[in-house]
Design a protein around this ligand. Sequence first.
Ligand SMILES: NC(=O)c1ccc[n+]([C@@H]2O[C@H](COP(=O)([O-])OP(=O)(O)OC[C@H]3O[C@@H](n4cnc5c(N)ncnc54)[C@H](OP(=O)(O)O)[C@@H]3O)[C@@H](O)[C@H]2O)c1
Length: 173
Amino acid sequence: MPKLIVIAALASSNQVVGNRGKLPWSIPEDLRRFQQLTLHHTVIMGRKTWEFDLEKRPLKHRSLIVVSSGLSESTPGIEVVRSLTDAIKRCQECDRVFIAGGASLYAQALTISEANVPIADQLELTLVDGQYEGDVFFPPFRHLLGTHFELVKVEPRDGYRFETYGRKGRDEG
Ligand SMILES: NC(=O)c1ccc[n+]([C@@H]2O[C@H](COP(=O)([O-])OP(=O)(O)OC[C@H]3O[C@@H](n4cnc5c(N)ncnc54)[C@H](OP(=O)(O)O)[C@@H]3O)[C@@H](O)[C@H]2O)c1
């Protein structure tokens, strides 16, 4: 089973993650971190994130899976699946898999499964300081902290910070 890792940047004030299909900020280090963490791994995303954002970024040397009910399965450069469950099924041989948004995929990744644990095993969050307007939001997750996830690492920066959460009681090595 792969480790399922949610990777997201959100405003710490209101958890906004996007505005009109785009990121509400420009943080080059965050984009570099995304590239570094996901390199040589599989990245799962929703159709809107693919079309509005990641399709335009250089995303070589990783497998891309896009969840969509309507996108053609023969879209070049990506594997199209019809649900997050289908996406995860395709990754059974993977070591780690990143769930890269948008809000709808994050919400599904944080739902509690029948085994009473979230679908995601790890959270790689960039918490951005300041006020940002937006139309899509990271799902509520703070109620999962201390119960299902615990803080593993914080890397403060000027204006933002990286926070890594692992499953409570598990070695996240
Ligand atoms: N800050 C960040 O880290 C970050 C990261 C990623 C994205 N974003 C932002 O998030 C926004 C996009 O998020 P979003 O929630 O609007 O869209 P999204 O999650 O990227 O894509 C939604 C689409 O994914 C497909 N989908 C999702 N779940 C599905 C399911 N279970 N079965 C079948 N299809 C499914 C549907 O595509 P069809 O309509 O084709 O069926 C749906 O319309 C953008 O503003 C983007 O910039 C931010």
